[in-house]
Design a protein around this ligand. Structure first.
Ligand SMILES: Nc1nc2c(ncn2[C@@H]2O[C@H](COP(=O)(O)OP(=O)(O)OP(=O)(O)O)[C@@H](O)[C@H]2O)c(=O)[nH]1
Ligand SMILES: [Mg+2]
Length: 227
């Protein structure tokens, strides 16, 4: 019998341990009745700007909170905290993704009961985060109009690991000659049937439709939890 190379074995064990913690987190979210949503994308594609808008708009009617991961700085937490929502920064050091253990530590002293939405902004990276389950109910992958329409084809794993795609910075689409049909075709090629939103954090375009979707998802998760 050919045994697996040691590196493969170590990686498998790390992922297995992550899955166990992610399962426990998912159970904790379910028990608390909070809808947990993570955001993944390449660096600078607009996760924090989009999330700050989302938190600000939801804040009036819902209890919302956010975690945000970066290798260094508390910059994103400071931006998100302008929404008045509770926010915690996770500093990953050299690690290019969030892991379930990091989320668990960050939430250690938080009482999740009474919270409606918990958002988790992952480290900006289109590769590493795809393998790590964070116990979230939904994963959103963001694609900004300035990145090129081919990113779903080049990074299929992250698009495959996500539930919803969000095209960001729509206000810049014309300036960069963004081909929306091609981008949508490429998303559908790697993840057939994927729901796609188009938004701008600068102008607010697409945000009302996106908020309707979030509210519906919350209602759906509450009714399934009650069964
Ligand atoms: N024109 C325009 N600029 C945007 C929009 N959203 C974000 N930006 C700009 O894009 C840059 C990066 O935005 P961030 O929100 O920091 O992106 P991010 O994905 O959180 O970045 P990392 O956390 O570093 O991966 C900033 O200069 C934002 O002002 C948008 O909708 N329109
Ligand atoms: Mg950010």
């Amino acid at each position: 019998m050919i045994s697996e190379p040691r590196l493969v074995l170590v990686r498998k064990n790390v992922l297995k341990q992550n899955d166990v913690l992610a399962r426990a987190l998912r159970e904790r979210f379910r028990e608390a009745g909070v809808l947990a949503i993570s955001l993944v994308s390449s660096p600078g594609s607009g996760k924090t700007a989009f999330l700050e808008n989302t938190l600000t708009l939801l804040h009036a009617r819902y209890k919302v909170a956010a975690l945000v991961g970066d290798l260094a700085t508390e910059n994103d937490a400071a931006r998100l905290a302008r929404s008045q929502a509770p926010v915690k920064q996770i500093i990953t050091g050299t690690v290019c993704h969030l892991e379930a253990a990091m989320v668990q530590n960050a939430l250690d002293s938080w009482d999740l009961r009474g919270l409606d939405f918990l958002f988790i902004e992952n480290v900006g990276n289109l590769v590493c985060p795809s393998s790590y389950d964070l116990g979230e109910d939904l994963r959103f992958v963001l694609l900004s109009v300035t990145e090129g329409e081919d990113k779903p084809l080049k990074y299929p794993t992250i698009f495959n690991s996500a539930d919803v795609a969000v095209i960001t910075k729509s206000d810049l689409a014309t300036a960069v000659e963004f081909d929306e049909d091609a981008a949508k075709r490429n998303i559908q090629a790697v993840r057939p049937g994927m729901r796609i939103f188009k938004v701008s954090a600068k102008t607010g375009e697409g945000m009302p439709k996106f908020l309707d979707f979030l509210e519906n998802q919350r209602l759906r998760s509450r009714s399934t939890a009650a069964v």
